[in-house]
Structures are given as structure tokens and as C-alpha cells.
Design a protein around this ligand. Sequence first.
Ligand code: GLC
Length: 636
Amino acid sequence: MGASLPVLFRRPAILWSALAVAVAAAVVTVLLVVPGADDGPADGHGDYLDASLPIDERVADLVDRMTIEEKIGQMTQVAVPAIEANPAHVREYGIGSLLNGGSEALHETPEAWAAMIDGYQAEALDTRLGIPLMYGIDAVHGNTAIPSAVVFPHNIGLGAAHDPELAGRAAEVTAAETRAAGIHWTFAPCVCVARDNRWGRTYESYGEDPGIAFEYAGPVVEGYQGDDLTANTSVLATAKHYVGDGGTAYTSSTTDDYLIDQGVTTLTEDELRTLHLAPFRAAVDAGVGSVMASFSSTDLGDGPLKVHADEYLLTDVLKGELGFDGFVVSDWQGVDQISDDHAEAVRAAINAGIDMVMVPFEYQRFTSTLLSEVESGGVSEDRIDDAVSRILTQKFALGLFEQPYADTSGAAEVGSDAHREVAREAAAASQTLLRNDGDLLPLTGQESIYVAGSGADSIGRQAGGWTASWQGSIDPPTHGTTILAGIEEVAPDAAVTFSEDASAPVDGADVGIVVVAEDPYAEGVGDAGAGEHDMTVSEADAAAVDTVCGAIDCVVIVVSGRPIDIEPHLDGVDALVAAWLPGSEGAGVADPLFGAVPYDGRLPVSWPRQLEDEPLNVGDPDYDPLFAYGFGLQTA
Ligand code: GLC
């Protein structure tokens, strides 16, 4: 039975006039209170612009004001090369984020970067609701897009240093040198757990034991994000690549180019949780603002599924169970890999829990496709509102609505001596001593020293991939000191002869230092066997080792992103050091070599006797490495 009316309203005349007043009041309220599609902030007084309000209230007010097209624009991330000819498209499509892939060094200085980004920001602010854009970059071991920026050891070296606090300080410096250029967001840290060293991204991992990434994730996320994301020394961090990217099987790749990268990780759910999910739990608990989905697929027993389309992992586990309240960004064209049918791919990705799509080129196609999916009911507006709310929350947290333009007051600190000292300390701490016959090391610095090898005088090789370009290069524009320059700096009294190919006479030198090196690479390009990167010592470096170590006492230093096939070259080698990819401060490699600091690095990955033994991980049955996980000799 319906509710009975109060006695007063049981008289028809009074009832109808009261209803008329109520309806009129309701109509007036709707016009005044509920913002319509054409209600911008009247004279800038929208609640979302009120910085004194809690962020969740500002987000809710803004989302209520937005059209579906504006919401979809916020979910769209575009690469600069795709839009630089039409910067007004940032305004016309309401683009929420820009990036330049691969940390390309598009500009020389922090100020030039800031000017570029602010130009696009002006377009974003010229929209109806004035929602600022967010700029992201791969500042994964320093903001290497700026030549003068400090370059830190890649994660595998930081893992060898077994010092999460130091890794956190490295992130702090990187964040300061990134935000000083007007960049708000870094796609780091990679908390991947590399289980097969043939993977081209092994060096982006802290090691094969998830415990390392678990310990590092918190301090590094806090290093990037700081206590206050609005600070000009903080950037939004990204835990990546969610989840299981380091567990893909060799030759299981789903793409033509790669043999392991972006492949299939086949394991039980318990194994996935233990080996690969744990570091993300730590990153989420540390308040990471974004998570990047992995290109790879997982097969938990009922066939492979792309993580980009995996609602269970992205929504139920990451957002539900782990309580992640930031936003999930796709990887580069990662949505396209789901299906050749673009509508199907977009629908699957957004419904699975992708919140922002790194398109990054065909943004008109993406935005129109997603709009069609919402209009047809393939994607609910609630899902859109959830995604947009997550993205806007981070933009408010970054302070972009109050200060959308760059604050370059920190530009003078980019590449400063103080910042370089942190990178030198990290490089030194990452050095891992694997052999020291006759206690050859540390050297006294009074010797006549013969230096050879392709890694001795090459900033590019010692920095590795993601340095001033996606793949890195032999000769990047990066400032810093090579290992050779570091030797000369740390041992000024030594008589140093340098001959990269050891063609100069060796006799007469007291000791030889041969720095063998991998050439830089990134992602699947570095998959062993996929091309020129095969985890072996180059012929030239092998010849240099034979020449020098066949004549005098010698140290072999390996500059690489992972263990390489070194056993065939160890005869006559007195000391062996894994230098990993030490970054811009070559003096950090020289410091323990001459006893300025002790050697104390420990292997974060198992070093196999031969490549055929991969994957090889501590705890495996019949575990028989050349050098075991956790091994490292110490010096005083
Ligand atoms: C790449 C990488 C990812 C990077 C992104 C943007 O393909 O997988 O780690 O952050 O694209 O450059």
C-alpha cells in the first residue's frame, strides 16, 4: 500500500498548488545546481577549482560537469610526434596526457623541455573546464632525456648493491631532475622479477628474487613521489609492468620480433602471486599513483590471456584485493595487441580495468571508438567515470590545477655535483667482485696500468638502454665520466695506457684492466638470439682479454645488463668484476678498484656456466651456477 498523505494535503486544491510550487522549485534547482554540458565554471568558481576542498570532492564535482567526450579525452595519452603538427588537438580532443617514448632527448635543457610542455599545457587549459594535462617520460635511471642529467645504474646494479635506501635516494634525485623540466610523471620503477636472463629487460629488474623488488618498491616509489606530489622535486611514479613480465618463457613470444619479451608467463596463481605480484603489493602500500599493464600474457592453467585484457588481475586483484586507488595506464600500443578488431580491443581493455590508454598515435580513432562503445553500451559510463576519477585524483594530487605550468627553479641542480655524488655512490655500491686471485684487488694506484676493452671509454655502453633514446647508443649526448676517466681520476699517480683493442704493447705494464661490454639495447631487441645481442663476449673484447691477461696480471670488468657467457674467457684472469650498467659516473667503478670504497656487491641474479642453463634461479633443483645468486667477494 502506498504511503498516506498528511491531512493538510488531502484537500485537492491545496495539494495541486503545493505540487506546482514543488515542481517549479525543482526545475529552478536543476538549472542552478546540476551542471549541464554547457556549464563551465562560472567566473572560475566551480567547486573543483576550490583547492581548500578534499580532492575526492573536487573530482566528483568535476566529473559531474564533464561530457562523455571530455571524459574520454582524459583517458587518452598521445606521443608528442603524433600531435606536434596539430597542438590544438590537445584542446579539441581534450587530451589528458602526453609522452615521448623511450626518453628521447628531444631538447637540450630543462627549460627547453618545460617550454615545450607548457605550450601543450596552454592548449589543455584553453578547454571548457581547463583540465591540465599530465606529461610522462621513461626517467627509469635518471632523466636521461636531458644530456646534463645524472644517469644512475640500471635496476640490476641497484639490486646488486642490496641497499633499498640508496635506491630511494637515486629516485629522489631523478624526480628532482625530472620535475625541474616540467615533467610530472615517470614510468618507473620497473618491479619486474627477471627469471630468465635471456630477456632483454633483465637489467630493468632488481633481480630474480621477488624479495629484492619487494624491499625496493616502497623506498623507490617514495623517492619519486616524495611527501608531497605538488613539490617541484616530486613526480608521479609508475609500478610496472603489471604483472609477470619477467616470467615469460623463452621462444614463447606472441610477437614476431621477440623471443621472450612480451611472451607468455605460464605458472600457477600461487606462483604468480609469490614471484611477481608481491612487489606490486609493496608499491601500492607505498602509495604509487599509477601502474602500467604488461604486454605479456599469463596462463594460469586455462590458456594465455593478455594482461591488458585481464579483468581478474587488473580489477579484482590489483584494484580490489590490493586496494590500488591510482590509475592503470596501458603500455605503448598495448591495447592494440589484444585484438585486430579495434573496438573489441578497446572494449576489452577498458572493461578489464585499463584507465588511461597509451595510444599513442591514432588518438582520433581511439576516442571515437571508445565513444561508440559507451553509446552502444559496450563500456558503461560508470567504468568511464571510475577511470576518469582515478586519473583526475592524481592530477589534483600533483597540484596541476593550481600550478599547471612548469616550475624550473630546480633546473640549476640538474647534473649537479651533489647529484653526481649519489650516482657515483650507487655505481660503486653495485660493483660485484666475483674473483680476486692473489688478492690482486684493490690496486694501490701507483701501478703502470694497461686499460683495454670496448666498455672502458664509452658512456653509452656503461649507461645502457633508455639513455637519451629508447635503445641507448654507443655515443649518446650524455654527460659523465667513462670508466677510463674514472680510473685516471681515482688513481692520478698511476701510469695509464689505453688501447681499446689491446693493439698497443702490453709488456712493461704492472696490471691490465680489460672492460668487456654489451652494446646498449632495450626490450625485446635485447632478447638473446633475437639479433645482435647474444650474451657472449664480442670477438674484439675476447681478443683483448687473451692478449692482456695472457701477458700480465689482469682484472676483467664486465659492463652488461645481465650475466653473459664469461666462463670460456676466464683462463689467466686474476680478478673478475660485474659492473652491470653503472650509468654516467664511471668513477664509481674505479672507487672499489683502488680501495676508495670496499667491494660489497652481491649477485641479484644467478650467473650460469653456459647460456643453455637458462632459466637458472636460486632454489632450482640441481642448481649449479658459475656464480650463485647472492655471491660477491668483499674487500676491506
Ligand atoms: C615501452 C615499455 C614501457 C615504457 C613505455 C613508454 O614499450 O614497455 O616500459 O614505459 O613503452 O615508453
